[in-house]
Design a protein around this ligand. Sequence first.
Ligand code: NAP
Ligand code: MG
Length: 460
Amino acid sequence: MKAHHGMYIGGEWRPAAGADTIEVVNPVDEQVIGRVPAGTAADVGHAVRAARAALPGWAATPPTERAAKLAALRDVLVARKDEIAETVTAELGSPLPFSQAVHAGVPILVAGSYAELAATYAFEEKVGNSTVYHEPVGVVGAITPWNYPLHQIVAKVAPALAAGCTVVLKPAEDTPLTAQLFAEAVAEAGLPAGVFNLVTGLGPVAGQALAEHPDVDLVSFTGSTAVGRRIGATAGAAVKRVALELGGKSANVILPSADLAKAVNVGVANVMSNSGQTCSAWTRMLVHTSQYEEAVGLAAAAAAKYGDRIGPVVSAKQRSRVRSYIEKGIAEGARLVVGGLESPREQGYFVSPTVFADVTPDMTIAQEEIFGPVLSIIRYEEEAVRIANGTVYGLAGAVWAAEEAEAVAFARRLDTGQVDINGGRFNPLAPFGGYKQSGVGRELGSHGLTEYLQTKSLQF
Ligand code: NAP
Ligand code: MG
């Protein structure tokens, strides 16, 4: 895909207010593959005005018609699936089959789910002598990260549009081409002008201007807890709605009755997938002391097989972040069993799939989000639940046991928003979001839709 030199605002590609640009780099070979405009507060202002102007018309459009537009958008994503996968691979570095299956495939599922929900959701209900209307919150400012570039966009834009909101998106600076491709798809699907607007740019400039804009009614942010905390404070001061999808440090709890080899192999695959750049990744593996060395051996063998096949991390900055965590793991006395600081390739932002054993719950690598292909294996004696719950995060997790009932009973004690039981499958309709500092609000399915709705009650 060829980079656009403008912003997608009010249904057309318009020149940016300023002349600054952002270089897009392919993390596999470190080559510049495109340039997009670095938006400023002026661009954000234009985009918010366009979204505000489009709001009354879109909010009043019958849900079935909004549903038809979302179905058309899904169809464009299907038709352009290969181009989406190639674009994500070019700017994120993920291997093409993964880009096809996940980076392109999941947004198609999610867009389709909101086409269906828009058509079937009860936007009006009777409660005693009242009629309750579920109305759109208004203009949405969406700020997204680079790790699942299209998924993060669709998980916000599709429910917002289904609800009758209009949107201004500020995507991650590292993956703006996927966002431009999404804007092309919106245009091709025939969504009315101004319903979706795109401003590429840097977080502290364009992102902050969007989060602070007085005419934005709801800010939906996915990214780091540090930035999310600031966005939450800004939104709180303005008394506006905010949804925060933040970091995670999820536990993969292997109970003694579980199929150990399966639990370890699936667990390693989960952490290495997308080069470890997944907020819900099970980066802490909790294993009973009686099976500990066997699990370490299995995990080491599984991780060693990946080599450079997982793809690089997104940027030089991200690689140095991940490396500094590996250094910290070694310095704090964890046992490095696979991987480490050496890169599997000379060129590109590759990090070796890395496994640490003898990680104690208080170590930095057991507490902080690394966002790279690094697994920590932690030993438990009697109680795994206290260790599993012992971080500031609570986004996801996994529990393995011979009987589902045993795993479910354990999962109910976890302070976390999602738990996969014995390797349960991804469900695009299940609410996704965090307990504790992993965030506020939920995405996906009907729970994701209600984030963009507010109620009005009429009494009779
Ligand atoms: P980030 O800085 O929080 O970026 C997320 C989004 O927020 C990007 O679009 C970013 O723009 C924007 N942003 C940055 N500063 C902002 C500000 N002051 N006001 C408004 N928007 C702002 O995350 P990152 O730098 O990409 O990654 C850092 C770490 O965050 C990762 O290593 C990982 O631990 C975590 N992370 C978590 C998730 C998740 O899904 N939970 C996703 C990505 C990252 P720029 O692209 O210009 O920075
Ligand atoms: Mg950043």
